[in-house]
Design a protein around this ligand. Structure first.
Ligand code: AMP
Ligand code: FE
Ligand code: FE
Ligand code: ZN
Length: 281
């Protein structure tokens, strides 16, 4: 009866195709899935079809890179209209920023006499939302690095030689973007950055929930965010953040979210959709 609400596919930096992801989730006994690719919803239709085929419930999602007081913060959007024109325009804009950033990072590497080609990175990414993991794959393929971790440590992490800052929207803007498309906005993996003092401000900006259950959260961290969720009246969500084989072993199965959390999320999505259609009529 369990769910995983944080999954990446090959439409961003995951390695699973929609069909592979759903087949594997079904094999592991999941009944509900949400995919949350970075800055794209292109994988949603195929995952929805595969879920229908296996009798799983599907929730469309996305992971947006935002910024709050200089800190990079990820916002998960759930249940919005994946055909909303404004939303799709913004995704296209974020994808263009990502593609330019790849060219800039490759240029940095080339300046260091590392012969990586933009075309090769784009081919490895094979999607509109390429990111640093794809540059890392090219570095491993070229024999420059042993694995993705080494590529991040030596070149791609913040302030390393090939790192290029990414222009980001603010957290309130990310929340608005999701809301205006009829969705619910959730703070991704809060345990990976220290945002606790500003949580009440984020709630005033419209935040609907926090991802309490995440592979990188210890039980104590999960408890802390469940407690925050209770105090602030926020939804609690969770997911593995599985990227397939991109970071070693797939994480699918490491988080099994109980159905009560999915029900509350679905109720909030239904309320947001109703609110939006009453505003439009
Ligand atoms: P970007 O969106 O281009 O800034 O790249 C960030 C993505 O890189 C994150 O979403 C992670 O999936 C991935 N990432 C971060 N650190 C590592 C690492 N050490 N090894 C592999 N992937 C990583
Ligand atoms: Fe990622
Ligand atoms: Fe993230
Ligand atoms: Zn993620």
């Amino acid at each position: 009866m369990f769910a995983d609400l944080h999954l990446h596919t090959c439409y961003s930096d995951g390695t699973y195709t929609p069909e592979e992801l759903v087949a594997e989730a079904h094999r592991l006994g999941f009944v509900t899935l949400a995919i949350t690719d970075h800055d794209t919803v292109e994988g949603c239709p195929a995952v929805a079809s595969a879920c229908a085929l296996h009798g799983l419930q599907f929730i469309p999602g996305v992971e947006l890179t935002a910024e709050y007081q200089g800190l990079e913060v990820h916002i998960l959007g759930y249940g919005f209209d994946i055909e909303d024109a404004t939303f799709l325009e913004q995704m296209a804009r974020f994808q263009a920023i990502r593609q330019q950033r790849i060219r800039d990072m490759v240029a940095r590497l080339n300046e260091m006499d590392i012969p990586i080609q933009v075309e090769r990175v784009m081919a490895l990414a094979n999607c509109r939302a390429p990111g640093r993991p794809h540059v890392a794959r090219a570095l491993v393929e070229a024999g420059v690095c042993r694995d993705l971790d080494e590529a991040f440590e030596r070149f791609l992490k913040k302030h390393r030689p090939a790192w290029v800052p990414k222009s980001k929207i603010s957290v309130p803007e990310a929340i608005q973007l999701v809301h205006r498309a009829g969705g619910v906005a959730v703070l991704a993996h809060p345990g990976l950055y220290y945002v606790d003092p500003v949580l009440p401000e984020l709630v005033r900006a419209g935040l609907d929930g926090i991802e309490c259950f995440h592979t990188k959260h210890t039980p104590a961290v999960t408890e802390r965010y469940l407690s925050w969720a209770g105090r602030l009246g926020l939804l609690a969500t969770g997911g593995s953040d599985c990227h397939g084989y991109s970071k070693g072993k797939p994480l699918l199965g490491s988080i099994r979210l109980a159905p009560e959390f999915v029900e509350r999320l679905q109720q909030r999505i239904a309320a947001r959709r109703a609110q939006l259609s009453s505003l439009k009529s």
